[in-house]
Design a protein around this ligand. Structure first.
Ligand SMILES: *[C@@H]1O[C@H](CO)[C@@H](O)[C@H](O)[C@H]1NC(C)=O
Ligand SMILES: *[C@@H]1O[C@H](CO)[C@@H](O)[C@H](O)[C@H]1NC(C)=O
Length: 490
């Protein structure tokens, strides 16, 4: 028994939330463990399996022939029948409040196939999306350790733990510009009230955050798409002050050997291909890359000011205008349309852009970003300084980390936590231009920011290489799970 046990490889079940932004980092993380010989299975539904299928195939192809590597498999379970239209299986595809309710009902019903998997397959650990707060009890019933994964920074996680514990917003004056101090963190972290979620206005969401935090706290530990050198004080805070266990295994995007082409299925779109050729003609560090991820929406006045800011900055730029639901003629200044038509200084990409390829292109010298953790970590890995423009969720915390702690970016002064466009104060084009100048221009401040970003990019790369901190954390977790297996079997 003991010998057989030692020889049987570790087995980890990955259970990502049903949204692309959660699925892809989970698939990347599975690839990291699979490359080290862990038998990894990703449990998800048909529509969501399709999102990660090519990434998983690529990881499996890349590891074929490598001595210790194992292929990742995807265990596909039916999407629970809750009356959603066929094929609607993930967060971004939901259009109405009623559909969202059905979706969350479906999320609860996934417990059945999750239970069945654990009942039938001997599993050493589950890496569960933190959003599945119920999985902590389900895993415990099978005696399987649950590792939470939220896909954000350790810093943002610590901030959100602090707000759940102390609810500092409630105690602050009603004024939207009132400062809110987050107590008990390693640094003085002060937000504006308007940058934070209002528990009273979003009671359901607040209750959900509390449940998620409690479930992660009761878990065996948590895994992070981050690395020790990026936020050492918060790792210390998390483990020593909060007594929680954390393994930092990122940036997980480096998991695939073909980092540069990840996310690019087959041929690049004509826009994307043209963009890379256009970048080839530009001097090093001369282009500002502007993208706000897949979910951020800008109002026409915001778009108009952003266009004006790019023009005013005097820098070259590539701007990804994703999913814009307003006609360009409604907001684009004529002078900006003319600037684009000349094609020398700027390029607009409509729809999808190969972000890793762009950020890693020598011509790119700055990234105007909403600070989603995905994008932030990609910029860090590429050594590119940021102009930060957060909108909601963990983005305001990530901005603090980038601007105040790491000092690899400057903010445009975004003040409003809102998913709703009208609620936002419009940021002037001159402010945007100034931000771009402060990371891409001449002068000591800009040079210092760029140098710090470059150094951090090197640390990110080293972290995942053999002997690096993230590489070691993967090994440390594997050793612990293996040792635990020995203990529970005697
Ligand atoms: C994170 O990055 C991956 C790969 O670059 C992308 O496919 C995914 O949609 C991103 N997630 C979000 C939330 O933008
Ligand atoms: C057990 O694991 C295999 C391989 O990943 C999978 O195909 C199968 O569906 C799992 N069993 C259950 C009941 O989920």
């Amino acid at each position: 028994m003991a010998i057989e046990d030692e020889e049987r490889p570790l087995r980890i079940l990955f259970f990502p939330f049903l949204a692309p932004g959660h699925l892809i980092p989970a698939a990347d993380m599975a690839a990291l463990f699979a490359a080290r010989g862990v038998r990894c299975t990703i449990l998800t539904t048909p529509g969501n399996a399709a999102v990660i299928r090519s990434a998983v195939d690529r990881a499996n192809d890349a590891s074929r022939g490598a001595e210790s590597a194992r292929a990742i498999d995807i265990a596909v379970v039916p999407f629970p029948d809750v009356g959603l239209p066929p094929g609607v299986e993930s967060g971004p595809a939901l259009n109405s409040e009623a559909d969202r309710d059905k979706f969350f009902q479906a999320i609860q019903l996934l417990r059945e196939p999750f239970d069945r998997f654990l009942a039938e397959n001997r599993t050493d650990a589950v890496v569960s999306d933190s959003f599945f707060d119920w999985s902590v009890d389900a895993a415990a019933e099978h005696g399987v350790p649950r590792l939470g994964f939220l896909g954000t920074s350790l810093f943002a996680r610590a901030c959100s733990d602090c707000t759940v514990r102390h609810n500092p917003v409630e105690a602050a004056p009603e004024d939207p510009d009132a400062p809110v101090l987050l107590p008990g963190l390693p640094h003085r972290v002060e937000m504006r009230r308007s940058q934070m979620m209002e528990p009273k206005k979003m009671p359901d969401r607040w209750a959900f955050l509390q449940r998620v935090n409690a479930a992660d706290q009761r878990s065996y530990g948590e895994v992070f798409n981050s690395f020790h050198e990026l936020e050492p004080d918060y790792l210390e805070h998390y483990t020593t002050t909060l007594g929680r266990r954390a393994w930092l295994v990122g940036p997980v995007a480096f998991a695939s050997k073909d980092v540069a082409t990840r996310g690019t299925d087959d041929a690049l779109s004509p826009d994307a291909d043209g963009c890379l050729r256009w970048l080839d003609t530009k001097p090093a560090g001369s282009v500002a890359y502007v993208s706000f991820g897949t979910l951020s929406r800008f109002s026409p006045p915001e778009l108009r000011e952003l266009a004006r800011g790019l023009d005013l900055s005097g820098k070259n730029f590539v701007w990804v205008v994703g999913g814009a639901d307003t006609e360009e003629s409604e907001w684009m200044p004529d002078s900006f349309a003319e600037l684009l038509a000349r094609g020398e200084r700027g390029l607009v990409i409509r729809g999808w852009a190969p972000q890793m390829l762009i950020l890693n292109h020598a011509a790119v010298g700055g990234f105007v970003t909403h600070c989603g953790w995905n994008s932030t970590l990609e910029a860090v890995s590429a050594g590119v300084p940021m102009v930060t423009w957060p909108r909601y969720a963990d983005q305001f915390y990530n901005e603090k980390l980038v601007v105040e702690l790491l000092k690899v970016g400057v903010g445009v002064g975004s003040t409003d936590y809102a998913t709703n466009l009208e609620a936002r104060r419009v940021i002037g084009g001159d402010v945007v231009a100034e931000g771009i100048g402060r990371v891409m221009g001449d002068g000591e401040e800009a040079e210092a920011i760029r140098e710090r970003a470059r150094v951090l990019g090197e640390k990110a790369r080293r972290a995942v290489e053999k002997g690096g901190s993230s590489y070691d954390d993967v090994g440390r977790l594997m050793d612990e799970l293996m040792a635990r297996r020995g203990l529970t079997n005697v």
